[in-house]
Design a protein around this ligand. Sequence first.
Ligand SMILES: [Zn+2]
Ligand SMILES: [Zn+2]
Length: 324
Amino acid sequence: MARRKTVNQTGISRVEGIPYHDAWIGYRCVNCNQLNNVRVGQTLLTPAEAFDTAVWECTSCGFIHSKESDLPFENWQDDYNSSESITAERFWQGFFRTATEHPESYWKQCNVCSRILPFQAFSKHAKWGPLERQMECRGCKGAINAVLNPKRTKQQLHESSVRRRIADLFLDGENEFIDIEELFKRFDGKCFKTKKKLDIKDRGSWHIDHILPSKWLYPLKVENAALLSTEANSAKKAKWPSKFYTNNELIELARITGGNLKLFTAENPIINRDIDVNKGVERYLQVRENSDLPKRIKEIKKILQFYKLVDNLSEENKKLLGFI
Ligand SMILES: [Zn+2]
Ligand SMILES: [Zn+2]
């Protein structure tokens, strides 16, 4: 379907010409089970009206859904299938009732993804159309809201802080002491990225870049430390080195630090599988905090799965965490 130009800043455009106030009927063909949608507009049908007037043709097999139609059920006696029979009459009454009984029985078209979806797929909007639902489905609404309000949910924030905390616990005891004077000597007292001269005494003006980020479980070591100005470091953050430094810089960096050039230049993050996961698990389960043990076990399991480190666990820990 043609999409018109975006009228807002979200970059998510609406589809032109969608009758988004209209109600639709959704039903499955009694003959072939195809899902069909019939647009009924802004006046909802009562079950009695639908039973009396509806002539709904299946888009797949052409079967007509109407009280005048014989039923197609092969496992029923012929006289039960006949439109003249009381059984068929009752069947059709029930059929049209399910499709029209409540506003919630209806369907509606989303004017963003253009799908025709059940009532439940739309949030309430008191003024709009007979169904009083919003013009976009909840999926599209979620995407629009994410653009308008990119704050992450409490749950996401919690998860990322848990992940950081657990990553820190894995690294605890593996980080090396970094001799600052040595670091300045190695980097000639300059920001490695901007080549700006740095003052060792002005502690707010420089940072130690964790070249291979702790997020991917690399401890801070001489081979993994670069001297950066505060500005350069805040641009680097937890980026994988190849996403921040140029190739020539990476070669130079490996020469200065003795770090692993192959890792530095890897296109995508590679998890440090040499980390002692068992120690990390031990530390995490021992931490005194308010959360209960089952919750902590659940959290650490999720993280181990995220990092694909389950195989590195001892048999004992695999059992403890319920992996086996
Ligand atoms: Zn059909
Ligand atoms: Zn949608």
